[in-house]
Design a protein around this ligand. Structure first.
Ligand SMILES: Nc1c(O)cccc1[N+](=O)[O-]
Length: 263
């Protein structure tokens, strides 16, 4: 596969949604391998303990280090099929051998904020591993240990409080895997989207031309493709100025027509 993705979680069924639709098809086509691992499979006490109380006191529980290290070692050892499952002979081509470590993404409010640029970067990598923390988080020593075996990326999907990393991992996996060539049927649909080129997308319409008395903008029925392209760009500029002026600040290639649309 072009990319292998592993996810470790105490709620593996949370990730079941990824098996559906586009990502599911890409997995079936062998473009992507997705393996979800239950952290509790790496505990061996009677209660499958994954957490304990925090040193130094405080509310909540902390995820114990050993189960995490065992789960991540299992994945490093090819337990995910990332190396074993490659269509090419894996001898000498697995990550460790060629020196590029797998990427370990740890969803966390203390991470760098995920965006389309980061999604594009991650889409070019061979092996992504997502560590979904719960409770108050994971014993810091696991993160320190993992830094020796993975390229470590603490990553936040936004400044709000979640109960764990599963939903954040699904957001990032969806954003990344749809960029893998062939995963999205029509590559055309990857352009002119919000955040693809820094502008929000234009308003979109389909039949009927008159819906409950509301007409589709005339220009879209004109067949004048240059005028339609101009109208769409104007709408994108207006909408971005209205909703996300911060994105507009970043644009440095506005044309004279663009500026006119923003007057
Ligand atoms: N924000 C948050 C959290 O509160 C817990 C886990 C992961 C995230 N995040 O990725 O943004």
């Amino acid at each position: 596969p072009q990319m292998s993705i592993d996810v470790v979680s105490i709620f593996p069924e949370y990730l079941a949604g990824l098996q559906l639709s586009l990502i599911g098809k890409a997995v079936d086509r062998g473009q992507l391998s997705l393996n979800v691992h239950d952290l509790r499979d790496f505990t061996f006490d009677r209660h499958n303990t994954v957490d304990d109380s925090p040193y130094g006191g405080g509310a909540g529980m902390v995820m114990k280090a050993e189960p995490w290290a065992l789960a991540l070692e299992h994945i490093l050892g090819g337990g995910s099929g990332a190396e074993e499952g490659d269509s090419l002979p894996s001898a000498g081509t697995d990550d460790a051998a060629v020196g590029s470590k797998p990427t370990l993404i740890v969803p966390s409010p203390a991470g760098q904020v995920f965006d389309q640029r980061i999604a594009e970067d991650l889409a070019g990598r061979d092996h992504l591993v997502f560590a979904c923390g719960r409770y108050e988080g994971i014993d810091q020593r696991v993160i320190d240990w993992a830094g020796e075996h993975f390229e470590l990326l603490p990553m936040s999907i936004g400044d709000y409080v979640l109960n764990g990393g599963e939903v954040a991992s699904m957001v990032m996996i969806e954003a990344v895997s749809r960029l893998i060539p062939g995963v999205i049927g029509n590559p055309e649909s990857l352009t002119e989207e919000s955040h693809e080129d820094g502008l929000l997308e234009y308003p979109i319409y389909t039949k009927p031309a008159n819906w409950r008395g509301r007409e589709v903008p005339e220009i879209l029925l004109s067949g004048n493709h240059a005028a339609i392209a101009r109208w769409r760009r104007d709408r994108r500029l207006e909408r971005t100025a209205e909703v996300r002026p911060d994105l507009l600040e970043k644009l440095d290639d506005l044309s004279k027509d663009d500026r006119a649309a923003l007057e």
